[in-house]
Ligand binder design. Structure first.
Ligand code: MRU
Length: 353
């Protein structure tokens, strides 16, 4: 591992510098590329909640950085008191967003190294070092995933993607967009169709911004044009990210993913998911998963302008579940899982041991 891993996209979503967490304020994109700085873990928690930072791997690392701040903020004189302070911070960070499993993964990893430490000073140092290492590894993992994924895409493919699973959803490079970057970097000529991704517009605000920034040919479509584009032969393959993947291959991702996958099946278009092993939850069943419900104002207005009558009832789930039978393959940093997923996912985890 190299602290200076090359970032192929110049966008660095979140980083740790001088005991401060620095992140791109994604609520301002694409109009302004602004960075915000935090020294208080509660502010990091609020930033996760408000989608200043979003995307499963990015919030996993942001959670770890939040705990690193909490360790520095703690006035504890004993290991026990420091662990108590960290538990309190973990709860606040954990309760920000319920669906992406990477957040719990990042927090648990930090709590594990903290409880293995001996002295207060040693724990603070290892917690900060581990969080920084997780950020570096996130980029390396995405690049390995990109290599595996790029082999599935051909010259002249037009690839559809939904939401933003790019550099902006990770520390850098991206999962689904990492696969797209790696395919382009392998010398293949590709085009991308990005969905707008109502209601928060991660597709138009973030994916379109990010791909244009990297000179990748991208066209934006309304979510409602997915069927049109596929039926007209405009799409060869789909690749999306994930917030949580179960041992059975059930994939939780941005609301609308299920519709895109269903349409892809209807038109015999391969549908791929790209996600690191930290996005897998091998212990839960579909009924256990909490789908985050977000505020009504995301649906009743566009860019602060009201587009629905006052008092209207709103249903605004942030994620949906795509069943394994709609998925062609799941691309990870250790290889590609193909159906039947129970077996292939188990093998991926065994290969990691
Ligand atoms: O609500 P968001 O913007 O955090 O949702 C993000 C997604 O659904 C992404 O597709 C997913 O986190 C994968 S990111 C590599």
């Amino acid at each position: 591992m190299n602290q200076h891993t090359e970032i192929h996209s110049s966008l660095r979503t979140v980083e740790w510098k001088n005991n401060t967490v620095i992140m791109i304020d994604q609520t301002k994109l694409p109009n302004k590329l602004e960075y915000v700085k935090f020294k208080d873990y509660r502010k990091v928690a609020q930033a996760i909640k408000d989608l200043v930072i979003r995307g499963a791997p990015a919030i996993g690392v942001a959670g770890a950085f939040g705990l690193a701040l909490a360790s520095l903020q703690s006035k504890a004189k004993t290991k026990e008191k420091l662990l108590e302070d960290l538990e309190k911070a973990k709860k606040i960070l954990f309760e920000t967003r319920p669906t992406a499993v990477n957040l719990a993964w990042g927090l648990d990893k930090i709590m594990q190294v903290a409880s293995n430490g001996n002295t207060v000073d040693e724990i603070k140092k290892t917690v900060v070092d581990t969080a920084q290492k997780m950020a570096v590894e996130d980029v390396e993992i995405n690049m390995r995933m990109g290599k595996f994924g790029s082999e599935l895409f051909a010259n002249n493919d037009t690839i559809m993607t939904h939401c933003n699973a790019g550099a902006l959803a990770t520390v850098g490079y991206g999962t689904a967009l990492g696969v797209i970057r790696a395919t382009r970097d392998s010398g293949k000529s590709i085009k991308v169709i990005a969905t707008e991704t109502r209601p928060v517009m991660q597709g138009s605000r973030l994916t379109a911004f990010e791909l244009k920034h990297d000179n990748i040919d991208v066209s934006l479509i309304p979510d409602t044009a997915v069927g049109y584009a596929m039926s007209k032969g405009m799409v060869n393959k789909v690749v999306v990210g994930a917030d949580r993947i179960l041992s059975t291959g059930h994939v939780y991702n941005k609301i609308g993913t299920y519709q895109v996958a269903t349409m892809a099946k209807q038109h015999n278009i391969p549908f791929y998911v790209a996600a690191p092993l930290s996005t897998f939850d091998l212990n839960s069943k579909p009924d256990d998963i909490i789908i985050e419900q977000r505020k009504a104002s995301e649906v009743t207005g566009v860019a602060g302008k009201k587009t629905a009558p006052d008092g209207i009832n709103v249903i605004n789930p942030a994620f949906d579940m795509t069943p394994p039978e709609l998925i062609t393959g799941i691309i990870t940093e250790v290889g590609v899982a193909k159906p039947p997923f129970v077996e292939s996912i188990r093998k991926l985890f065994e290969s990691k041991l």
